[in-house]
Design a binder for this molecule. Structure first.
Ligand code: ATP
Ligand code: LTN
Length: 328
């Protein structure tokens, strides 16, 4: 069986964009792959986090994974920092990546824009090497991600091929999987911009654990256009197109079908239906989340996974260390 691997980092609260762009795919694909899904907590360190907040968010993501339908029968769930081999391999990959290629990462350019060199952490720069380590440690065949992460998975492919050429076949070369619909959910107030965890406080971002009424209000006040006709046109109608994608993803029906359903509706009616759909989705998810937190089941699941992921990663790092010639 082929392997799937992906993760979410615990910076900010998990958003509807994370669900539609990434998490939903993990759940849909888990039965067809041997799945590994983790909390990328070391990735959160590229920016400062309050330690207690960070700890809470890590637990929240595990509970959200389970509430969204990741099933330990199919998916090995773990926390990145609990498997120390990630950082071992990351160092080796850093030493095999170039300043040039890391400087070309769009996310690095975006997140460092306007900041002086003394304000950008080196981790923000080298983080794609850690992400490559996450993927290559487990010989992942596929990596489902939102479109903003495609470039990082491509870097992981390049690093795997470079290493294999230098030292002999060691790593599987992974494929990014980008869902066709919903690869990028946009900010409700600024539909040119990605809905981002980093702007959690904004009216443009819906969080999975947010108050239902507040989420509905955000949909109702989403920025649209003045045409008052509902159809998908990403260039000229980014706001309406974004709402169409959200509705179609949550409802599990094709965009064309959604266009048909709302062809005679006005924006007010359409937004109300989207708000209802989002509310239903959030309330069912939040009920499951609460039950999971109360049951304490997450710790047991994580403890059970840890031995498995450690063994896989240890074998890979030992192979790498032996090939590059470190140790005895
Ligand atoms: P930030 O917004 O701070 O950059 P992030 O949410 O992109 O963080 P992660 O938590 O690591 O960072 O993302 C987890 C997954 O969710 C990734 O695969 C990412 O591509 C996807 N994702 C994040 N935001 C969106 C979005 N608005 N639309 C679609 N997919 C998204
Ligand atoms: N870098 C990703 C999160 C992430 C990831 C990974 C995704 C860390 N390691 C490995 C897929 C595979 C992000 O910021 N969205």
């Amino acid at each position: 069986m082929k392997r799937l691997l992906s993760g979410i980092k615990p910076t900010g609260e998990v958003t509807l964009g994370n669900y539609i762009g990434a998490l939903r795919q993990f759940v849909e694909m888990q039965k067809d792959y041997e799945s590994f899904v983790f909390v990328a907590d070391l990735h959160a360190l590229t920016v400062y986090n309050d330690p207690n907040e960070l700890r809470r968010r890590i637990r929240d993501i595990v509970a959200i994974y389970l509430a969204c339908g990741l099933d330990p029968k199919y998916t090995t769930l773990f926390i990145q920092s609990e498997n120390l081999y990630h950082t071992n391999l990351s160092w080796v990959l850093e030493c095999n990546s170039y300043m040039g290629e890391l400087s070309r990462m769009t996310q690095f350019k975006d997140k460092s824009k306007g900041k002086g060199n003394e304000a950008i952490s080196c981790g923000l720069f080298t983080y794609p090497a850690l992400m490559a380590a996450d993927i290559l440690l487990y010989d992942a065949d596929v990596v489902p991600v939102g479109v903003d992460q495609k470039q990082h998975v491509e870097l992981a492919r390049n690093l795997a091929e470079r290493f294999n050429n230098k030292y002999g076949t060691t790593f599987k070369v992974p494929e990014p999987i980008i869902s066709k619909a919903g690869a990028k959910i946009y900010d409700l107030q600024n539909p040119q911009k990605k809905m981002s965890k980093t702007d959690n406080s904004s009216k443009g971002c819906i969080m999975l654990l947010e108050d239902i009424e507040s989420a509905k209000k955000k949909i109702m006040s989403a920025v649209t256009d003045s045409e008052n006709r509902i159809y998908y046109d990403k260039e000229n109608k980014p706001g309406i197109s974004n709402l169409l994608v959200i509705y179609s993803s949550l409802k599990g029906i094709a965009l064309e079908e959604v266009e048909q359903v709302f062809k005679d509706s006005n924006y007010g009616e359409f937004k109300k239906s989207v708000a209802e759909e989002v509310a239903q989705f959030l309330s069912s998810l939040q009920n499951k989340y609460k039950a999971i937190i109360e049951s304490g089941e997450a710790d047991k699941i994580l403890d059970e996974s840890n031995e498995k992921v450690r063994q896989i990663a240890e074998a890979k790092v030992k192979d790498v260390f032996s090939k590059i010639g470190v140790g005895r």
